[in-house]
Ligand binder design. Structure first.
Ligand code: ADP
Ligand code: MG
Length: 365
């Protein structure tokens, strides 16, 4: 098991900054998920840890040893990390057993040891019956398991996975995701897992790192990230449908939503009283918009546009004023496209953001 530190890591491609001052401690044995929109630098970050990219500034340390810094570069094979890609290529002419053992053979591990390790890994991943098959005779999920096994059989300090499930269909992806989580619980290997899929991030991670345009937006547990997003970017990227944002405007000391005074719970009111600006964004998760509204709740008029029944719940997309808003309702609630609902705002878990930069507004204490 290994521990990884990134200190002020910067990376540019042709003068364009792709990683910008990345500071991150990856703890021994944790499953850390790097998530963010396409192009935000996830693969570059992972490849910088693996040694498949150099960095321009800062340091990468594995178990305290500097493996990358200006003037220092430890090649991938000496970093004791293993990586699995989205387009994992198994050797088509080799059997599953040969694929699993290939890395060990390249490292001149003795045959008996190799065979024992391959057997253990096959057993762990449920591949025992398939050891004699060629990749073409396997399903996508089985191939994926071989790719994971091939990387893990070397018993790396750090296991890096770059969107490894993206090529699988939904059902297989969910199943393989569960298997990976179980595997991590069994092996307790330090894993860094890259995905653009926030559901995958939430379900897998011990901790999540949200990356946007080469910068870390937030690091935290899935629950923490969901409940306490550090910015509007995190609030809207994590969660499906995204967090709703309502613009509040101060008019003669009274905060209003769509020109109506809004009754706010104490903590929010105190926070808003300290504010200089006249505008602020109020973030409310779709499950905190209630229909029917609860007694005493402030309400807004919501125009229903699209209804997405999911069985146990129904996601409803529509508008409050001109803003797009989503609700998450009990599946039994009757709603119709085009109708207007008086929707209650449960502001107990609501959060505030600056309207321009989108940074979270916290209490001053
Ligand atoms: P992600 O994995 O989050 O989708 P990447 O790390 O692959 O993002 O890429 C981050 C940014 O760096 C993107 O804008 C991409 O176009 C750019 N980039 C990646 N690799 C190269 C390269 N070899 N040369 C130039 N630009 C690159
Ligand atoms: Mg990528």
């Amino acid at each position: 098991m290994g521990q990884v530190e990134l200190i002020g890591v910067n990376k540019c491609y042709e003068q364009v900054s792709v990683l910008d001052g990345i500071d991150l401690d990856i703890e021994m044995g944790e499953l850390l998920v790097l998530v963010g929109p396409s192009g935000c630098g996830k693969s570059t970050l992972l490849r910088s840890i693996a040694g498949l990219e150099t960095i321009d500034r800062g340091e990468v340390r594995i178990n305290g040893r500097v493996v990358a810094a200006p003037g220092t570069f430890v090649p991938p094979r000496d970093r004791d990390v293993a990586m699995v890609f989205q387009n994992y290529a198994l050797y088509p002419h080799m059997t599953v057993a040969e694929n699993l053992g290939f890395g060990l053979r390249m490292r001149r591990v003795a045959r008996a040891v190799r065979e024992a390790k391959v057997h253990d890994m096959a057993k762990l991943l449920g591949l025992e019956a398939l050891l004699g098959r060629k990749p073409a005779q396997l399903s996508g999920g089985q191939q994926q398991r071989v790719a994971v096994g091939r990387a893990l059989v070397r018993d790396p300090q750090v296991f890096l996975l770059d969107e490894p499930l993206s090529n699988l269909d939904t059902e297989l992806r969910n199943q393989t995701r569960g298997e990976l989580k179980r595997l991590h619980q069994r092996l307790q290997t330090t894993m860094v897992y890259v995905t653009h899929d926030q559901v995958e991030a939430m379900t897998l991670a011990d901790r999540i790192v949200v990356l946007d345009r080469g910068r870390i937006q937030q690091v935290g547990t899935p629950q923490n990230i969901y409940q306490n997003p550090a910015s509007t970017m995190v609030a809207q990227f994590m969660g499906n449908p995204p967090m709703n944002l309502f613009e509040l405007v101060r008019r003669e000391r009274v905060w209003t939503l769509l020109d109506e005074p809004l009754a706010l719970p104490e903590p929010l009111r105190l926070l808003l009283d300290e504010l200089r600006g006249e505008r602020v964004l109020l973030g409310v998760r779709p499950e905190h918009l209630n229909f029917p509204s609860h007694p005493g709740q402030p309400t807004v008029l919501f125009r229903v546009e699209i209804i997405e029944p999911l069985g146990n719940e129904t996601v409803v997309q529509g508008r409050v004023g001109a803003s797009e808003v989503s609700l998450r309702l009990d599946g039994a609630t009757p709603v119709q496209s085009g109708e207007c609902l008086s929707v209650g705002l449960d502001l107990g878990a609501a959060v505030l953001f600056e309207p321009e930069a989108g940074a979270r507004i916290h209490a001053q204490s």
